[in-house]
Design a protein around this ligand. Structure first.
Ligand SMILES: NC(=O)c1ccc[n+]([C@@H]2O[C@H](COP(=O)([O-])OP(=O)(O)OC[C@H]3O[C@@H](n4cnc5c(N)ncnc54)[C@H](OP(=O)(O)O)[C@@H]3O)[C@@H](O)[C@H]2O)c1
Length: 332
């Protein structure tokens, strides 16, 4: 049976106001698929870049969907689905191609690989701020970066959704999170999230300050989504034979290669870790344990009420004034 749903679409790339809310066809879930009533959306910078045509893959036009992260409840399941049943609280995130499967809408159908069980204690707003942020922080810091207790880790763009998650993942590992922001207004909030130290990049020299905080040694790990031409300067904050894990490209300019060798540079992509059942299981176990023991406390910076606030929510994201995740609730 086919019904209708509301979805956020865009017909050309550009500023937030290219986003429109439209009625779209909603099919019953096919084999291996799940239909979800969406209650909240978590915004990710990748979505703003995709909408603007500046992400690592391009939208399929004339009509593209948008969005990775939603929290909701299963309405129905297709043939062969044993992992979920109607009424189950769920999250979305892994293995989504945004143009065809983007989750900004009130009802969506996704393959089972893109759906994650949501613990009953986690409400929709908190849930929308949970999976992708902690999956990226866990995968990047723990699995790829090999972060160990006692090590220092420099987290740039620390006020971002992923950055705030990374502060908590680092602290939960027993490492020392050093948060970097461009804005002095965010200092207090980053301390509250769990940063051991906060460096305001517009006020001091970041590598010099990291050396001061680490007794001259530098940080064993740098977790960075900015990259670009400033990377060699940032790399000066690394310890001898330290590691940089790059997971984004907010800088948008061609990247220069640091020369303070030996230095290991990794690129981290969630899509790679979450592509396998075992990768998804490791991520989910880590997040569930962290939520249970209180080491992971999702940081929601701002909640907008109603899908029609999506343009305002994207504008806030691009203002860079938020700390943590921007969430949009969906009314039915
Ligand atoms: N590799 C992966 O698997 C993966 C997964 C998820 C997200 N990501 C990437 O992670 C990054 C962060 O996403 P998010 O949704 O967490 O971000 P977000 O919540 O939108 O926050 C971004 C923050 O980064 C800082 N920033 C923005 N532009 C910057 C620039 N040009 N230079 C330095 N800092 C800048 C700003 O904070 P200040 O002004 O305070 O510094 C801003 O508030 C994005 O690049 C996204 O694509 C990657």
């Amino acid at each position: 049976m086919t019904t209708e749903a509301r979805a956020v679409l865009f017909h050309r790339t550009g500023d937030p106001d290219v986003l429109t809310i439209e009625r779209v066809r909603l099919d019953d879930p096919g084999p291996g698929e799940v239909r979800i009533r969406v209650d909240a959306l978590g915004l990710n910078r990748a979505e703003a870049l995709f909408r603007a045509g500046r992400y690592y893959y391009q939208p399929t036009l004339p009509a593209s969907r948008l969005g990775y992260e939603a929290a909701g409840v299963v309405e129905s399941v297709g043939a062969g689905v044993t992992e979920f049943a109607p009424g189950d609280p769920v999250l979305t995130g892994p293995q989504i191609e945004m143009s065809a499967q983007g989750v900004y809408g009130d009802r969506i159908v996704l393959p089972v690989e893109s759906v994650i069980p949501r613990p009953a204690s986690v409400d929709a707003v908190t849930g929308a701020a949970t999976w992708l942020t902690y999956a990226t922080a866990y995968g990047g810091l723990v699995e790829t970066g090999g972060l160990r207790p006692g090590e220092h880790v420099v987290i740039t763009a620390a006020s971002s959704g992923v950055g705030t998650a990374a502060i908590q993942v680092a602290a939960r590992t027993g490492a020392v999170p050093i948060a970097v922001t461009r804005s002095g207004d965010k200092r207090r909030r980053l301390r509250d999230v769990g940063a051991a130290h906060v460096i305001v990049a517009s006020e001091v020299d970041v590598p010099e300050e990291v050396r001061r905080l680490t007794g001259g040694r530098g940080a064993e790990l740098i977790f960075d989504p900015v990259a670009g031409p400033e990377l060699p300067a940032l790399a000066e904050a690394a310890s001898v034979a330290g590691t940089i894990v790059l997971y984004g490209w907010l800088g948008g300019q061609p990247m220069l290669m640091p020369l303070n060798w030996p230095l290991t540079i990794h690129g981290y992509a969630n899509g790679h870790l979450s592509a396998t059942v075992s990768g998804r299981r490791r991520i989910n176990r880590y997040i569930e344990a962290g939520l249970r023991d209180g080491g992971l406390r999702p940081v929601v910076g701002k909640v907008f009420t109603g899908l029609e606030r999506i343009v305002d929510a994207h504008r806030l994201m691009e203002s860079n004034t938020h700390v943590g995740k921007i969430v949009v609730t969906v009314e039915h």
